[in-house]
Ligand binder design. Sequence first.
Ligand code: GLC
Ligand code: MG
Length: 255
Amino acid sequence: MSELITAAKLALFVTDLDNTLVGDAPALQVLNDWLDRSRQDHDVKIVYATGRSLNSYRMLAASAQLLPPDALVSAVGTEIYLDCENIWPAWQQHISPGWQRSKIVEVATHFADLKLQPVGDQGEFKASYYLSEAAAIEIIPRLRQELKQNNIVAEIVYSGQKDLDIIPKNGNKGSAVQFLRNYWLIDAPSTMVCGDSGNDISLFSYDLEYGVLVGNAHQELKLWYEMNATERHYLASANCSGGIIEGLRYFGFLN
Ligand code: GLC
Ligand code: MG
């Protein structure tokens, strides 16, 4: 059993999964104990915000001992599930205006460096590719420009120095969390978000949420931190769940 004790008030805990919540099993167990108690005793809501599809999330959840969340934000923010089963139509309606998936895929064919990810990683509101770090510096600005020339409004998200997702503007993880906060009437300073890679940048960027970057954060997120961090952002020393626990302590959410 954990000896972690709640201090300041946390109402909403949001975390990325791969290499953020998941990656250090003993630390995850300690964190899970605390989260489970916080949910029971203080009604803290737990949200996972992942790049994975629902199916891929289910595979991870089965092997990694994850607590059932109060909501799942999947596919880089483009899908929300309040029950881990049925997609939330309100969110789909919110992000769909102006989305032109087939035109985006057509434009992407002009870039030989963009390699399409498997079908299971594609989504109605998410076109996903692999792109090497070496090529990214040149390709991303060119892709952005070509989308603009074709009057396509979309967001390009580069993660883990290898994955490139094209999603609706404001269809990202951070925007999905704003939508959930409004739905649950939870304010930003009662919210903590955690992440390790490029698709987590939006989590740290919208409002006054507290943000923890785990120690093993990727280059693109550390770079973002160097240029944009405020006193609400904390770069942990420890990796994965160990870094999250460190961040919870740093912000006074636990003793
Ligand atoms: C997950 C998804 C993949 C996406 C990546 C980064 O690995 O499966 O499609 O590109 O996250 O967002
Ligand atoms: Mg991650």
